[in-house]
Design a protein around this ligand. Structure first.
Ligand code: TNX
Length: 537
């Protein structure tokens, strides 16, 4: 009897040592929601000498194993050796041919002794790592050693994205963000399987990337920002560092130089580019520009600008020298951008004559193509003779989206009323604007890119992007306030199948992210519409 009792206690201890108190795999709060999860019994446990196997010697695959180990090491303080070959115990990255999984899909099989991560490409394995980290307790995000058991419940996750483009935009022009801050931002978005980061590198208030053939753009045009702060810019070396950092996380950088409007920082640096500006008047966004009001500032350098008005500056398009400038800028940036897109801006060119605007877009498209890139631009570019590989970013008016689709182009969906990360949550929000809407967390989640505009379907859409304009935010705390908790929702809209999404179920999973935000020391807006749970899920 006593012996039986001790056996029983032993068995109970064994079960709980195996982490039997952890929930089943399919009840863990994953965001974005995977296509399929099947639970089985038992747990995998990470230990000091857990080995990580990669099936290939290639640099990209080695990088995958390193990404996983870098993620797991700070909180566990485990050694984790990396090996090449087939794994039968530990964590094994394996590649498979599976058309349905595509470039970014993956399958994770969790058994008591072995986790097998299968994917067609390293990108899929990287996305799988993000799932794996969410399957571990939130403390795994800690940068200090946590003494606890690290278990993952057994089962299988099979997953792939709905859209090929799932992006976020960061405006580094209105307020400048340092290389370190951009890297932190990249970490945040990588966690939710975002695969494009669009950097808004120039605007009226600042020029943020070194152009060697036009040095004054940054030396003068990068000197300030909204509110009169000191601004800043990236050298080409620093930009490359950002590109590489993103690449290691399977994120593609899309550089934007906003032209022919939103260009004051260049006009202040090189007066000959100035096509005439309206005097910006302080007050509410946006101003309604009226071309009759154009001052004859043509060809003279403007003052640097630190306000938040839009639509009042333009390049001098009738001068051929302006195209030399455009060509040099696109050439230098394209040369250090491995991704396929160059974003030309093209929005709110309210003081550019319409004929000039259309001609500009047409020429611009040729310049972008000549530099080996595909043109991306805000919705207004649909007025040009755009080719079918141009990507049109819908932000406001359905008529431009329809125009783009008629011309055979695809849309990137960023409707301001739903997808603008710079919109305040409500009238009490600490940061943000609200010219398009107040966007509470449920409103940000409750829309479908594929049926948002009448006459437009998924066939016309490349994906979704959530832009974070930075007129009202100047540091990471403020960035995070607007980003979290809406980012996970945008990520899920882009990744998960529409039929699988439902706010009432999603809000429970989102509520359980609170603990992770806290461990990561990320600021987030504690929306009353989300049932926050601040204990280890
Ligand atoms: C409109 S959206 C803009 C930006 C502003 C933003 C503020 C778009 C293409 N242009 O210049 O920063 O509103 O929400």
């Amino acid at each position: 009897m006593i012996r039986n009792l001790s056996l029983l206690i032993g068995a109970i201890l064994l079960i709980s040592c195996n982490g039997a108190n952890r929930p089943r795999l399919d009840s863990l709060p994953l965001i974005p929601k995977p296509v399929e999860i099947k639970s089985s019994s038992g747990n995998f446990e990470l230990v000091d000498n857990t080995e990580v196997f990669v099936a290939s010697e290639s640099k990209e695959w080695k990088q995958i194993a390193t990404s996983l180990v870098n993620l797991l090491r700070p909180a566990t303080n485990f050694k984790f050796s990396i090996k090449t070959g087939t794994g039968s115990e530990g964590i094994y990255f394996k590649f498979i041919a599976d058309n349905e999984l595509g470039e970014e899909g993956y399958r994770i099989s969790i058994e008591e002794k072995l986790i097998t991560i299968s994917s067609v490409k390293p990108a899929g394995a990287f996305r799988a790592i993000q799932t794996l980290r969410q399957l571990l307790p939130a403390s795994i995000e800690s940068t200090t050693v946590q003494k606890m058991k690290w278990t993952i419940p057994c089962g299988v996750v099979r997953d792939f994205p709905r859209y090929e483009y799932r992006g976020v935009m960061l405006d580094v022009a209105r307020h400048f963000f340092s290389v370190e801050e951009v890297k932190e931002f990249i970490e945040h978005i990588a966690m939710y399987k975002i695969n494009y980061l669009h950097l808004h590198l120039s605007d009226d208030q600042g020029w943020r990337i070194e152009i060697k053939s036009w040095p004054n753009l940054t030396l003068h045009g990068g000197k300030t920002e909204v509110g009169g702060g000191e601004g800043g810019y990236y050298t080409q070396e620093q930009y490359k560092e950002i590109v590489t950092y993103a690449q290691e996380r399977h994120i593609t950088i899309v550089p934007e130089i906003d032209m022919p409007g939103h260009i004051n920082s260049a006009l202040a640096s090189y007066g000959e580019l100035n096509g005439g500006t309206l005097v910006p008047v302080e007050g509410r966004l946006p101003i309604v520009a009226n071309t009759n009001q154009i001052l004859d500032g043509k060809s003279k350098p403007t003052e640097l600008y630190t306000g938040i008005k839009v639509g009042w500056s333009t390049l001098r398009l009738e001068k051929e020298a302006t195209f030399r400038f455009v060509n040099d800028v696109i050439k230098e940036i394209s040369a250090i951008t491995p991704g396929p897109y160059f974003h030309i801006g093209g929005d709110e060119a309210q003081v550019t004559k319409k004929e000039d605007y259309i001609q500009f877009i047409n020429r611009f498209q040729q310049i972008v193509k000549a530099n080996g890139k595909k043109m991306m631009g805000w919705e207004e570019i649909a007025q040009g003779e755009i080719e079918s590989d141009a990507i049109v970013q819908h932000w406001n008016l359905p008529k431009y989206a329809l125009m783009a689709v008629e011309k055979g182009s695809k849309l990137l969906m960023s409707p301001a009323k739903k997808a603008y990360l710079d919109m305040s949550y409500d009238s009490a929000s600490l940061f943000g604007l609200h010219w398009a809407a107040y966007i509470e967390v449920d409103s940000a989640y409750n829309w479908d890119p594929g049926s948002f505009l009448s006459g437009i379907s998924d066939d016309n859409i490349i994906g979704i992007e959530a832009p974070l304009w930075s007129e009202t935010i100047s540091n990471m705390d403020e960035v995070e306030y607007l980003l979290f908790p809406r980012l996970p929702g945008y990520a899920e809209i882009g990744w998960s199948q529409e039929e699988a999404r439902n706010w009432d179920e999603y809000k429970i999973r989102l509520g359980k992210q609170a603990e992770r935000f806290k461990v990561m020391q990320s600021n987030f807006y504690r929306s009353k519409r989300v049932p926050w749970v601040e204990v280890n899920p």
